[in-house]
Design a protein around this ligand. Structure first.
Ligand code: ZN
Length: 333
C-alpha cells in the first residue's frame, strides 16, 4: 500500500469516526439522522435487506484501528493428531470480532453453555480424518479453539439464520435463548451491556437494540426513530433473561479494579452469581409486545476476517436510515 493510499485510508477513518461522534453527540440534544453514516457504509437503499452482524463488522473496518481493536480478540486454532500430543499439524492464531454460536431449532438455548461449547475440543474421525505429517498418513485429529487474547468488548453472534439443506434455503431459528448477565473466560469477567434484537422472519423483519451506556445505570431501547428508557432494568432481580429475539450480544470486560468498583455500584440490588434465579422473559422481549431494535451499526466484514468470525449471510429486511430523535429518554410524538 502506498503512503498516499494509507493517508487516504486514515482520512476516511477519521471522517467516519467524526461522523459517528457527531451522530451520538447530536442524539443527546436533538433529533439526529444517520444518513451520513449509512451513505459512508455504501447503503443507498435503506429498506433493502441487510445483516446486522455484517454491518457491525463493516463499521469496524471503517473506523480508526485504535477504535476497532477494542472489539478485536484473537483465537488460536489447533489440529493435533490423536496418536500423540506432539503431532501438532496446524496451529494458527487469528483475529476475531464476533464469536459465532451455532443454535439448533429447539425451544431453549443456553448462551453460557453454547459459549463454553465453542471452546471445547472435538475429534474428527472416519471420512473426516486429517493428514498427520508425523504419522505420514490420515489419523483421527483433535481440534481445539482457545481464546488467545480476550477483547475488551466481546460480541457473541447467535446464528439464527442458517441454511437448511432439506429446504435448500435459509431459515430463521426462533429458539428462546437464555442470556446471562455475566460471562467468564479463563482470565476475564464480562458483563452484558448491549443486545441487538431481530424480530420477524427471514424475509421481512425489524431490528432494535437495547443498550446500557457506560455512564448510566439505565437501559435504553433504540427502535427506529425512538430512543427510550426501558421501564424494567434487566438483571435487577435475576442473573439472566430469556429472549426469542436476541441476535448479537455485546459484553464488556470487567478486568480493572475501577470497573469492578463501578460494576458493584451499578448492581447494589442485584443478586450474586451464586444466587441464580429462574430467568424470566422480562427485559421487554418480543413476548411482551415491545419491539426491540438494533442500532444497525453493522456491515460486511473484510475478507481476511471471515475465517474467524462468522458470517451469516441471510439478509433480513431492515431500515438503515434511522432517524433517531431526541435525547436518550426522549420519545418521538
Ligand atoms: Zn500423528
Amino acid at each position: 500500500m502506498s503512503p498516499h493510499s494509507q493517508e487516504q485510508d486514515n482520512d476516511e477513518q477519521n471522517a467516519f469516526d467524526l461522523q459517528l461522534k457527531y451522530l451520538f453527540g447530536t442524539l443527546k440534544k436533538e433529533q439526529a439522522h444517520t444518513k451520513d453514516v449509512t451513505s459512508k457504509l455504501g447503503i443507498e437503499k435503506v429498506f433493502e435487506q441487510g445483516d446486522a452482524a455484517e454491518y457491525f463488522e463493516k463499521i469496524l473496518s471503517k473506523v480508526n484501528p485504535d477504535v476497532s481493536k477494542i472489539f478485536q480478540g484473537h483465537l488460536r486454532h489447533t489440529a493435533t493428531c490423536s496418536i500423540s500430543d506432539h503431532h501438532v499439524n496446524s496451529d494458527e492464531v487469528g483475529p476475531f470480532w464476533t464469536v459465532p454460536l451455532s443454535m439448533e431449532d429447539n425451544n431453549y438455548y443456553s448462551v453460557r453453555e453454547g459459549f463454553e461449547d465453542f471452546f471445547k475440543s472435538s475429534t474428527v474421525s472416519g471420512d473426516n480424518q486429517m493428514y498427520c505429517d508425523y504419522c505420514d498418513g490420515k489419523t483421527d485429529a483433535i481440534l481445539e479453539c482457545k481464546m488467545e487474547h480476550p477483547p475488551e468488548i466481546l460480541t457473541l453472534l447467535l446464528k439464527r439464520f442458517e441454511f437448511d439443506y432439506n429446504r435448500m434455503s435459509y431459515v430463521k431459528i426462533e429458539s428462546c435463548v437464555e442470556v446471562p448477565r455475566r460471562l467468564q473466560t479463563k482470565n476475564c469477567d464480562y458483563e452484558l451491556y448491549a443486545v441487538v434484537d431481530h424480530v420477524g422472519s427471514l424475509r421481512g423483519g425489524h431490528y432494535t437494540a437495547r443498550i446500557k451506556p457506560y455512564d448510566d445505570h439505565n437501559w435504553y431501547v433504540f427502535d427506529d426513530s425512538y430512543v427510550r428508557q426501558l421501564n424494567s432494568k434487566p438483571f435487577e432481580q435475576v442473573e439472566s433473561f430469556r429472549s426469542q429475539s436476541a441476535y448479537l450480544l455485546m459484553y464488556r470486560k470487567l478486568d480493572s479494579p475501577d470497573r469492578q468498583m463501578n460494576h458493584g455500584n451499578d448492581h447494589k440490588s442485584s443478586l450474586s452469581d451464586s444466587q441464580l434465579s429462574t430467568p424470566s422473559c422480562s427485559f421487554e422481549t418480543g413476548a411482551s409486545g415491545t419491539k426491540e431494535e438494533e442500532r444497525k451499526a453493522l456491515a460486511p466484514q473484510k475478507r481476511q476476517r471471515q475465517s474467524f468470525s462468522c458470517c451469516q449471510l441471510p439478509p433480513h429486511r431492515t431500515s438503515h436510515n434511522l432517524s433517531v430523535t431526541g435525547t436518550r429518554t426522549g420519545v418521538v410524538p
